[in-house]
Write a protein that binds this ligand. Structure first.
Ligand SMILES: NC(=O)c1ccc[n+]([C@@H]2O[C@H](COP(=O)([O-])OP(=O)(O)OC[C@H]3O[C@@H](n4cnc5c(N)ncnc54)[C@H](OP(=O)(O)O)[C@@H]3O)[C@@H](O)[C@H]2O)c1
Length: 348
């Protein structure tokens, strides 16, 4: 009897537990399914609404972003050039953003003629400072993320250790000063933003050191190239991927822009490794089999209107750590760019 009772007790307790188990499992499966559907729907919606504006769409970085944009089909890109959106005209900027709103603005437009900026100061400031200030105000108003591209030329280049982002800036020319004023305007307006300082940008597009060397190498037997300015080249396509991966980390993974005490975070991005312009030129000719002798010359032997930093190597630890980025070595990326230029007969 006692045994039967015990069994009955056991059986009913066991059955109850089983029923409870099935109810919980069923409820969980419904919840998980609905939750999954909700997440899927949310992800899909988020994927649809990610809109990106790239200013300076016809520049090196702008065209590199355009070139890779099909690999980021979750985003809807708009590229503007000077005709669509003239950043030297504040009223045009206001009018444009009254009509358009974006999740992300990547500001690749800039006045980049370093030597000419010494003469065209007002124009340089209007694009590199005043327009950036306006974009920061718009980003704040529209709750857009602003990724602004800045330069190694904000540093004076007097040290011989890679610069970290927190180090003092001290630009040596108008271009660098105008870019720093643009950075400072973003800092004072403090929208959701990131500033990326890069250096020695080159690509298949537009004008850059690689294309200039290839042109001169064809015309001359010998070239003098500066060996006492040290930096790191940056293949624009690497920076373009880096920028979009950074955005993906922030938005797709719902990660906050990592910032301290309301400061807009600054990051460095260039390719890995270090060289002088002389080493850079040598590598370009080696990879293209151009028969042109390169002579190392000193900065003082090639005077330019704008003074340049002697050393502007950027320490990239912060961007690599915060966004888990791996950055290619400069010679590997140069090789890739040269191969692409070769395919296009070195004349794109
Ligand atoms: N190039 C470098 O070595 C280097 C080094 C460090 C940092 N950076 C920074 O990296 C970013 C991208 O540089 P990049 O080499 O791609 O420059 P880029 O090839 O000179 O392109 C800049 C773009 O800005 C556009 N722009 C100039 N004035 C404008 C205006 N008033 N309104 C609208 N657009 C205007 C230019 O249009 P147009 O084609 O019509 O002139 C050009 O397409 C810039 O912020 C630059 O300061 C560059």
């Amino acid at each position: 009897m006692a045994v039967t009772l015990h069994l009955q007790t056991f059986n009913s307790a066991h059955t109850n537990r089983l029923i409870l188990f099935f109810i919980v499992t069923y409820a969980l499966s419904i919840y998980t399914h609905q939750h999954w559907l909700k997440n899927e729907a949310l992800l899909e919606m988020e994927a649809i609404i990610k809109t990106i504006l790239v200013t300076g769409g016809d520049g090196q970085l702008g065209l590199s972003l355009k070139n890779i944009s099909s690999q980021y089909s979750q985003y809807q890109f708009t590229f503007t050039n000077r005709n669509d959106l003239d950043l030297s005209r504040p009223n045009d900027i206001t009018a444009y953003f009254q009509q358009h709103q974006f999740d992300l603005i990547i500001n690749c437009a800039a006045y980049t003629a370093v030597d000419k900026a010494e003469e065209e100061q007002e124009l340089a400031y209007s694009i590199n400072y005043l327009a950036v200030k306006k974009l920061a105000e718009i980003a704040l108003l529209h709750k857009s993320l602003l990724i602004h591209i800045s330069t190694d030329y904000v540093y004076d280049g007097t040290q011989y250790q890679p610069y970290v982002e927190s180090q003092a800036t001290n630009p040596q020319n108008i271009y660098g000063t105008s870019k720093l004023k643009g950075e400072n305007a973003i800092q004072s307006i403090a929208p959701n933003a990131i500033i990326i300082r890069t250096s020695w940008l080159y690509s298949e597009f537009g004008n850059n050191f690689v294309k200039t060397m290839l042109k001169l190498g064809k015309e001359r037997d010998q070239l003098g190239v500066i060996f006492d300015q040290i930096g790191s080249p940056t293949y624009a396509e690497d920076l373009a991927h880096g920028t979009l991966k950074l955005f993906a980390k922030i938005h797709d993974r719902n990660m906050a822009v990592p910032c301290k005490s309301n400061e807009v975070p600054v990051y460095h991005y260039s390719n890995e490794g270090v060289c002088s312009w002389y080493d850079f030129a040598k590598a370009i000719f080696e990879l293209t089999n151009v028969d042109c002798r390169v002579e190392p010359i000193e900065t003082k032997d090639y005077p330019t209107p704008a003074k340049r930093p002697n050393y502007s190597v950027l320490n990239k630890t912060k961007i690599k750590q915060d966004f888990d980025l791996s950055i290619p070595y400069w010679k590997d990326s140069l090789h890739l760019c040269i191969n692409r230029l070769k395919k296009n007969n070195l004349s794109r």
